[in-house]
Structures are given as C-alpha cells and as structure tokens.
Ligand binder design. Structure first.
Ligand code: ZN
Length: 140
C-alpha cells in the first residue's frame, strides 16, 4: 500500500511536470490549442499503457489500477471531446495530416497508379471506367 501511494505520487508529479512542460513553450503553430490537446492525448495514451504494464507486472492493486485508469480515461474523454469541438470550429486548421491519411485510404495506391483523370472535376478514376465516380461526368 505504501508503494502504491508512492507510485501514485510519482505519477501525479510526473504528469504535472509533463503538462507544465507543454504549457510553457509558445509553439508557433496555426492552432496551438489543438496541438496542445493532441499532445495531451498522446501523453494520456502513454500513461494508460504504462499503467496497464505496471498492473500486469503486479505492481498495482486492482483498486489502484481501476481508479488511476478511470482518471486517465476521464481526462482522455475530455481531451478527445475538446479536439472534436475544435475540429468542428476550425475544420481547415484541424488535422491536415488526418485528412491526408483518410484521402490516402479512400484511394488505394494500385488504382492511383493506373487512373484516368476526370476532365470536369479532375477526380481520379480507375482505368476502364467510362463515367467519373466523383461527379458522374463522362471520362475522356
Ligand atoms: Zn468528375
């Protein structure tokens, strides 16, 4: 039990330091609030991972594990909700990388390499298609 208390203290102190570190530097990005939230999300995911690791090693009691996990998950839920909110407010600034990844998934590489461009909307279409999958226009 003493060990659990010490561990809890270490986790709390470590967590506070991490959060403070992120608060101090004024990051020159378009949307620092979103970046901060995304960094926090990563930290929380890592904390959860560490917590699970320690629990699996038998360093934590069920009770401690559950309560710590719940705390991280609550924080995570708040962070994720804030990220969603920011994305709705600033759809342009938010997560260009995510959008690029989503676009990459939507068009498999094999079809990108052998594609014909729609003359109307410049959408990529697999070779052999007669009509644009994007706008429905005829392909040259
Ligand atoms: Zn088209």
């Amino acid at each position: 039990m003493v060990f659990a208390c010490v561990l809890l203290a270490v986790v709390v102190i470590g967590f506070t330091l991490v959060v403070r570190d992120q608060d101090i530097p004024p990051a020159p990005v378009e949307n620092p609030e979103l970046k901060h939230l995304q960094e926090r999300r990563v930290v929380l995911f890592e904390n959860l991972k560490d917590l699970q690791f320690e629990y699996l090693q038998g360093k934590l009691s069920d009770e401690d594990y559950q309560s710590l996990k719940l705390g991280f998950q609550n924080d995570l839920a708040v962070v994720l909700a804030s990220i969603d909110m920011l994305r709705e407010k600033f759809p342009q600034a938010a997560g260009n990388a995510d959008e690029a990844a989503a676009a990459g998934k939507a068009i498999p590489e094999s079809t990108v390499n052998v594609s014909s461009k729609c003359p109307a909307c410049h959408g990529e279409n697999p070779v052999g298609h007669r009509f644009c999958g994007n706008c429905g226009g005829p392909l040259g």
